[in-house]
Design a protein around this ligand. Structure first.
Ligand code: KG4
Ligand code: ZN
Length: 340
């Protein structure tokens, strides 16, 4: 019988201190997330220095809880996995140093994981039948990537954002209409009461790069619209702005993704990252996939935003492929997908 592979995974790339115990890549024995959102809310966004300090304060507690909930002792683990990029360098370093310390003390293999590979792998957790090849749209606060997953750990990036990430645009627009940080879930909520056709915001297409994205134009258009209303002494309806902005973003995400589905003739399409929990995006993608007889995969919201379970899922396939990092593993804030 094949031996179970049990991995302790750590994620500290941004403002979530997270640890999880994952068995055979797809079985989540525990998934502990300490969110720092309440701390950063006061400043309207993530403050890197505060994030690193909080990670240091919380990391041991979060790992202890993950092991306890899983009923797993350190001696029962097969490897330690950690996000080593991309992300905030000081925040990443906390997880990397912690993972190295445990791996060294317990003489366990160390596996560094790319954060986006983690987001993509979140889809494996609840869909045991999902196997590469498939297409995946990764939409988060820091990234917007359209990726062809050729095999486990093998990625072709078809398109990416030229400027703001989708989540970043959501957060900036939310701030402009007075909703606070993080804006994505708040826009999602109030957009349900607004008219998506009320205001026509631009949809950017990049000549010669059909799969690339650009969200700075739609963001500026929203800011200009609000300024214009204020200068004329007119009031504006935040729900209409939210719904119209969201429609502009979702239309582009769906359109570019479906071009790829058609070109790559794939019957499997997945979404991942914080914005993948957006209700309008999920609904539109589902419909577009159905129209093309393509199976649509999406993680539960808890596996869309940053978590360590997804890092454990990715690490399992890296483990099988023989990926092992040395004690010189460092945080790489701008790590490219597919790099080692
Ligand atoms: O994946 P994630 O936790 O962190 C990064 O790797 O960046 O994504 C966080 C982003 C934030 O920009 C947040 O506003 C956005 O995901 N987000 C959403 C929703 N939930 C989170 N955006 C739109 N609709 C949502 N429901
Ligand atoms: Zn993320």
């Amino acid at each position: 019988m094949k031996k179970d592979i049990c991995i302790l995974a750590i994620e500290t790339s941004c403002d979530e201190t997270a640890a999880a115990v994952v068995r055979n890549g797809r079985e989540i024995c525990s998934n502990i997330i300490f969110s720092q959102i309440d701390l950063h809310k006061l400043y309207g966004g993530v403050v890197p220095e505060i994030a690193s300090r909080k990670h240091i304060e919380k990391i041991n507690q979060v790992i202890e809880e993950a092991l306890k909930q899983a009923g797993t002792a350190l001696d029962e683990l097969d490897a330690i996995a950690v996000t080593y990029g991309p992300g905030l360098v000081g925040a990443l370093l906390v997880g990397v140093a912690e993972a190295k310390a445990i791996a060294y003390a317990k003489d366990l293999p160390l596996i560094g994981v790319h954060h986006i590979e983690g987001h993509i792998s979140a889809n494996y957790i609840e869909h045991p039948e999902l196997e590469p090849p498939f297409l995946c749209l990764v939409v988060s606060g820091g990234h917007t990537h359209l990726v062809y997953v050729r095999d486990y750990g093998k990625y072709d990036i078809l398109g990416r954002t030229r400027d703001d990430a989708a989540g970043e645009a959501y957060d900036k627009v939310a701030r402009a209409i007075g909703l606070g940080y993080p804006g994505g879930p708040k826009i999602d909520r109030i957009a349900k009461e607004g008219n998506p056709e009320a205001i026509s915001f631009p949809r950017a297409h990049i000549e010669d790069s059909p799969y690339d994205f650009s969200f700075s134009g739609v963001k500026s258009a929203v800011l200009n619209y609000i300024n214009g209303c204020q200068m004329k002494g007119e009031s504006f309806l935040p729900a209409d702005i939210a719904a119209s902005f969201q429609k502009a973003v979702v239309d582009v995400l769906v359109e570019h993704s479906m071009w790829a589905v058609e070109e790559y003739k794939t019957c499997k399409f997945a979404i991942a990252g914080g914005v993948a929990s957006n209700s309008a995006l999920r609904e539109s993608m589902k419909k577009a996939c159905e129209e093309r007889q393509t199976t649509f995969y999406y993680p539960s919201p808890v596996f869309c935003t940053d978590n360590a379970a997804m890092i454990g899922a990715a690490a399992y396939y890296e483990y099988l492929a023989g990926t092992r990092h040395g004690w010189d593993l460092n945080a790489v804030p701008n790590l490219k997908l597919g790099e080692r």
